[in-house]
Design a protein around this ligand. Structure first.
Ligand code: DMJ
Length: 575
């Protein structure tokens, strides 16, 4: 068995086997069955509160405004912070309905699923004057359609009664074709913005993000596998390979780049905004398509993260050229990372990282968008919580892997906070400021496609019993199929593609191997790097302290860690 397959198998063992054991082989009843039942019902109610309100007040527009019970045609606003080039002619694409389909399937609501599929089949069109963000449109719309098509045609689900043929796939194909002009650049890196009707606009910005061009392969690859048309997978793969070829000698990528020149614009990066789903997609593309190449990329990228971003259980940003720390900030988006670590088998690391995010969640009752690690305070302008799913997602993965009931408690606390702070009569509202709990009039579509889905799956994973799925970054399930692994069209790989250079590291969980932080060169044993022998852990696991004596010795610098004003151990002069 190839190494890639071994890892895919270990994933399956890790994520699925505990479940099978409880459900099939172990005769002991689940002591948490009652709690799971109660909580899954509670989450189901949450989903329908958001969904019904959307259908009542906002459908067929894109997203619900729950405070005013109206709608927003937000597809063209996603990622468009300055709200530029909005067209008055754009009237929405039923975005929240598209995003809800896979959740409806997981909740077992076949009737509503079928109704949604039929409505979209008859009414949705992409021949609209809307300038959309390629990444957002890909993960939300293309991903939603492709996943729903697969679920609708899966005979084991019986989600539709027979009227469905391939209408969603046809729509997905039409959308995929509208994406293709974005890739028409000298580098093959796609433009961040595309007008669905007119293609790339004149004088369009050539700036994009790493996640913007490195997180297209699951949806576009699935579209190619379903249609037999290789253009989509090829375009996404070419972009991903080009992106990877732009890595530094430390195997780090930046955050912002120019698609025409292939030059970096922002050299600092981390595991959060602008980069996050690049890591996710490289690993998941390996799981979904069995590509060894992706696994090799992921290994190198993952180890670089451990070496240059990790600081104890936290992750800071670093300059891709030097590996030096740039920003010491925890962001809400980073909370997906423990979930990814579960997939790769790094469960211990996932657990400790997850605890840090949960600790900040508990501190505020929700997770602020940005939290300053060096000052132990919420960022002055990024205090919002837009109903993001990442912490729930990681909680779900960790429970699948460990069956530790503590994660069920975490999920309950998250559900309670969401109901307490964000539930309003007209749906669920984003929070503008987690320190005041002031609300904002927006229910993002990912609340239904991800937040509610992962919370539901935490308590009721019956959907996962018979099939292994990879969840896209927007929470849409794509089944792991042998045929997609075997029918690997090598013709897709052009002869001039950039190969992966550099020595392959030894395969092991980076955290369990205690990968050495970047600046310690004297801790390389053979080919394997080990954490510095000077490392002395802090007295407490949570890095809290009353004085310097409570802090240990930093493994990066071998210097004593100091107790900060806020009562946390840290090497504060380091940055
Ligand atoms: C979602 O659209 C996706 O998870 C994306 O990868 C990151 N941000 C949001 C949710 O927070």
């Amino acid at each position: 068995m190839s190494r890639g397959n071994r890892w895919a198998r270990s994933l399956i063992l890790l994520v699925i086997l505990p479940h099978l054991c409880i459900e099939i082989y172990c005769s002991k009843p689940d002591p948490f069955a009652a709690k799971k039942k109660r909580m899954s019902e509670k989450v189901r109610q949450m989903f329908y509160h958001g969904y019904d309100n959307y259908m009542m007040h906002a459908f067929p527009h894109d997203e619900l405004k729950p405070l005013t019970k109206t709608f927003t045609n937000s597809l063209s606003e996603l990622g468009n912070l300055k709200l530029e080039h909005l067209s008055e002619k754009y009237n929405g694409s039923a975005l929240t309905l598209i995003e809800s389909l896979s959740s409806l399937a997981i909740l077992g609501n076949h009737t509503e699923f079928e109704k949604g599929v039929l409505w979209l089949s008859e009414n949705l069109t992409f021949d609209v004057d809307a300038r959309v963000n390629l990444f957002e449109c890909n993960i939300r719309v293309l991903g939603g359609l492709v996943s729903a098509h697969i679920l609708a045609t899966d005979s084991t689900n019986r989600l539709t009664k027979g009227t469905y043929k391939s209408q969603l796939l046809n729509l997905a194909t039409e959308l995929g074709e509208r994406f293709l002009p974005a890739f028409n650049t000298p580098t093959g890196l796609p433009y961040a913005w595309i007008n669905l009707k007119y293609g790339v606009m004149e004088n369009e910005t050539t700036e994009t993000s790493t996640s913007g061009c490195g997180s297209l392969i699951l949806e576009m690859g699935a579209l190619s596998r379903l249609t037999g048309d290789p253009r989509f997978e090829f375009a996404a793969l070419r972009a991903l390979r080009k992106l990877w070829s732009m890595r530094s000698s430390l195997n780090l990528l930046g955050t912002i780049l120019d698609v025409e020149t292939g030059e970096w614009i922002e050299y600092s990066s981390g595991i959060g905004a602008g980069v996050d789903s690049f890591y996710e997609y490289v690993l998941k593309a390996h799981l979904l398509f069995g590509r060894e190449e992706m696994w090799r990329m992921f290994q190198l990228a993952y180890i670089a993260v451990q070496k240059y971003f990790r600081y104890g259980t936290w992750y800071h940003d670093s300059d891709m050229r030097t590996g030096r720390a740039t920003y010491w900030q925890l962001t809400s988006l980073q909370a997906f990372w423990p979930g990814l670590q579960v997939l790769v088998g790094d469960v211990t690391a996932a657990n400790s990282s997850h605890r840090e995010f949960y600790h900040v969640w508990q501190k505020f009752g929700l997770l602020p968008e940005r939290y300053l690690l060096d000052h132990q305070m919420v960022h002055p302008t990024e205090r919002y919580y837009p109903l993001r799913p990442e912490l729930s997602e990681s909680t779900f993965y960790l429970y699948q892997a460990t069956k530790d009931p503590w994660y069920l408690e975490v999920g309950e606390a998250i559900v309670d906070s969401l109901n307490l702070h964000t539930r309003v009569e007209g749906g669920f509202a984003s929070v503008r400021d987690v320190t005041t709990m002031e609300l904002e009039d927006h229910q993002h579509s990912f609340f239904l496609s991800e937040t509610c889905k992962y919370l539901f799956l935490l308590y009721d994973d019956s959907f996962l019993v018979n099939k292994n799925y990879v969840f896209t970054t927007e929470g849409h399930p794509l089944p792991i199929l042998h045929s997609w692994h075997e029918r690997l069209p090598e013709a897709y790989i052009p002869s001039n593609w950039t190969s992966i250079k550099g020595e392959e590291p030894k395969r092991a969980s980076a955290m369990s191997m205690q990968i050495c932080p970047a600046s310690m060169h004297n801790c390389i044993h053979g080919n394997v790097q080990l954490e510095s022998v000077c490392h002395i852990p802090d007295a407490r696991d949570d890095h809290r302290c009353l004085s310097d004596e409570d802090c240990g010795v930093d493994s990066t610098s071998c210097r004593r860690r100091l107790c900060s004003m806020a009562g946390y151990c840290g090497q504060w002069r380091y940055h």
